[in-house]
Structures are given as C-alpha cells and as structure tokens.
Design a protein around this ligand. Structure first.
Ligand code: URA
Length: 219
C-alpha cells in the first residue's frame, strides 16, 4: 500500500505540473497559483468543489478559506479528517470578475470547466475513489449535465465518472450564506447526505475473484 500510495503521489505530482503550465483559459494567466488538489492519493472519498477562491489562489491549496473550514467540520462529522480524503475542484485556476476592490470570485464558465476536465479526469483515474462528493450545482452539472437542479436532485446516488458512486450536496459556501430556519433545514439535508456517504464507505468492499476462489478451494 505504501508503494502504491507513493506511485499515485508521483502521478499526481506530474499531473499538477502539467496543470500548472496550462494557459488554455484567460484565468490561467490571471491567477496567482494553480490549485491542483491535495489529500490522500489512495482516498476512498474524493471531494470536488467548484473552483479556487481568493485564499486558495493565494496559498495554492483547495478549500482553505471559510468554506474550507466548514468542509473540514462536515468531514469530521463522519469521522474523516481532511488528510483522509482527496480534495480538488472542477477548475484549477481562480475564476474572477473585476471589482472595485480587486478581483471578485465568480462561478467557472462551462468552457473553463471543459478545458480543465482532462486534469480532473486524470486525478479521478489515479485515485479511483469509492465515492465522489460534488459540492454545489456547478460541480454537479459538470458530471450530471446542465439540467441538474441541486434543491431537487441532491442527496441521491448517481453513476459518476468511471462508474464511481457520485453524491451531490450543498456547497459549504452556500451554508455560510444561510441563517435561521433556512440554515437548519439545509444543515439537516447536508447531514443526511454525509450519512449516506459514510454508509457507502463502510459497505464491505466486494472480495476480489482470486480471494473468493481461495475461500472455496477444497484441494
Ligand atoms: N470553493 C470551492 O469551490 N473550492 C475551493 O477550493 C474553495 C472554495
């Protein structure tokens, strides 16, 4: 396992270098750091957000601002530390709009997501998690199509890329914008989604054919 983890880490490091050199989109030249992703290369859960924000762009790490702190708590609620999972985004460069007090975050454009998709697909291919959690509508749409409606369609299992079980829940930044009864309702929905993920991760992994054969070998 240690060797396998090191092998995957090397592949991810190579992927990060390729993504960092990418200038397919204008945001590739505007961002400070490419935010490729981080975590366990053998993670059973891969968390995919929308795109880096200001703090992520500054530090070159995904989900390290306020939304990231809440994500850490969400993972902690199902006994997972940040280091146990792999965290990344649909786009690796911070999408921005000009603002009076400097650049403002915006959602990634479909073309930016399409340009970045090979890097994400490669990460999924290297990590091959048991479960993918997409945070928020833009990340969900990138897997499930433009008609995906988060309020109606989150909280169910979908077949994600490479047949991997995919769950969608609300983005932690969305939770941070809620108050009062709305916040309670959204928290309850997110908690249900997290519990479903925990159950899926706890399910017994099917034994490999060789193991099954060994089990019934009577010779
Ligand atoms: N929001 C995201 O979608 N991704 C991050 O990395 C940070 C905030």
């Amino acid at each position: 396992m240690l060797e396998e983890r090191a092998r995957r880490a090397r592949l991810l490091e190579h992927g990060a270098g390729v993504a960092a050199a990418c200038r397919k989109c204008a945001i590739g030249s505007q961002r400070r750091n490419n935010v490729y992703g981080e975590g366990d290369p053998c993670a059973r859960l891969m968390v995919i957000g929308e795109g880096p924000g200001e703090t992520e762009d500054l530090l070159g790490r995904p989900f390290v601002g306020r939304a990231g702190q809440l994500l850490d708590k969400m993972l902690g609620a199902i006994d997972l530390a940040r280091e146990d999972v792999y965290i990344c985004n649909t786009v690796k460069c911070r999408p921005t709009l000009p603002g009076p007090r400097g650049p403002k975050n915006r959602a990634p454009e479909p073309l930016e997501m399409a340009n970045c998709r090979p890097y994400l697909d490669e990460q999924i291919d290297i990590i091959r998690p048991r479960v993918i959690l997409a945070l928020g509508a833009p990340a969900a749409k990138s897997f499930l199509g433009r008609d995906f409606q988060i309020t109606k369609m989150r909280g169910r299992w979908y077949e994600g890329p490479q047949g991997i079980a995919l769950m969608v829940t609300f983005h932690p930044a969305y939770l941070l914008r809620q108050t009062g009864g709305e916040l309670t309702a959204v928290k309850r929905m997110v908690w249900n989604d997290l519990k479903a993920i925990k159950s899926k991760l706890d399910e017994q992994a099917p034994s490999a054919p060789a193991e099954q054969a060994a089990l019934f070998d009577t010779q």
